[in-house]
Design a binder for this molecule. Sequence first.
Ligand code: NAP
Ligand code: GDD
Length: 351
Amino acid sequence: MSKTAFITGITGQDGSYLAEFLLSRGYEVHGVIRRTSTFNTQRITHIFQDPHEADVHLKLHYGDVTDASSLSLLIRETEPDEVYNLAAQSHVRVSFDLPQYTAMVNGVGTISLLEAIRQSKQDVRYYQASSSEMFGASPPPQNEQTIFHPLSPYAAAKVYAHWVTVNYREAYGMFNCSGILFNHESPRRGRTFVTRKVTHGIAEILAKKIDVLYFGNLDAKRDWGYAPEYTELMWKMLQADKPDDYVIGTGESHSVRDLIIEAFSYAGLEWEKYIKHDERYMRPSDVNYLLSDPSKARKKLGWNPKVRFKELVRIMVDYDMLSVGLEPPGEGIEFLKKNGLLWSNSEETPG
Ligand code: NAP
Ligand code: GDD
């Protein structure tokens, strides 16, 4: 019997990779999509199946995590074995502009989904998309024991969601796992996150569409990994004997400035000529230094990231150059091929 998975946030970076992975393992996948006035399904177009055809394994449903009734109905109707809650207002800077909305989606949305599962009385394994942002001001390296000290409305809402996930596990015996994931990126990363802003910006500079890029804090350090490797671990967490929480990262950290230097030099550009500061990209409070200690995941899940900072930058620059019709240096794509990681052909049409 094939398993059934239910994914909120399926149209996002992680949701699209996870759906692809689960379909490749024979799952029936149900994804929640929001009603929007323009299409928001670019990242899953390549796996879309016409619902009128026979043997459809990917099924999309309108819903929203702020509408608890839609969640209850969908959980009852789809009867999932596994639920992955990836839906979020995921932009930290934007959470300062939309603090209550962010709390509703990231915080209350989580407890609404947990309640829908609990009340359905179905046997469900649940994954919560928690974040390294929850560590905030706590010094590195950060692991499962590190104290949360959120520095944004986004992170505070994620802390709430993390703790209700743990609470429902302890109070009701639910199989709930919280994955505390450090930053993970890909050619499908939203263009307003800093990695993609850099790599897509480089492609546009090379294509002579723009001649300057504006950034905020270049000193912040992040532990950046490759999204498809992280989404596979979400699944692994739910296959374990017992539910647990895990920190996932590469154990390597670099500043935003390092990222810019690495990407521009790979593309053969002098970064100082193109980078300018804009206050609007500064945050009222920013997380200075994230560096994971993923020992637990290494031991219990066999976690060993193949894609590290330099390869990640090359992969993203390559695909962004392709997306504007330029021939890339190709080292990133070559790395994916050599390591058997090129399992999707959809990166040239990223979201
Ligand atoms: P993303 O690309 O921004 O995707 C977010 C997804 O959530 C999209 O599918 C979005 O739908 C959906 N969504 C937003 N509000 C919703 C609502 N009210 N109801 C239903 N769906 C809603 O984010 P991501 O990078 O894939 O991240 C996935 C999850 O992991 C998020 O919860 C994020 O906070 C968390 N996380 C991410 C990272 C990272 O580095 N990527 C690290 C740690 C944790 P639309 O397409 O319609 O906007
Ligand atoms: N987005 C953005 N845009 N960030 C900038 C810019 C800019 O122009 N200039 C500097 N930065 C700095 C930010 O201040 C931050 O310190 C760092 O670059 C990374 O910013 P983002 O790429 O927006 O990611 P994030 O770390 O804030 O949040 C991401 O990772 C979290 C996990 O730690 C998101 O994916 C969150 O959803 C996720 O939980």
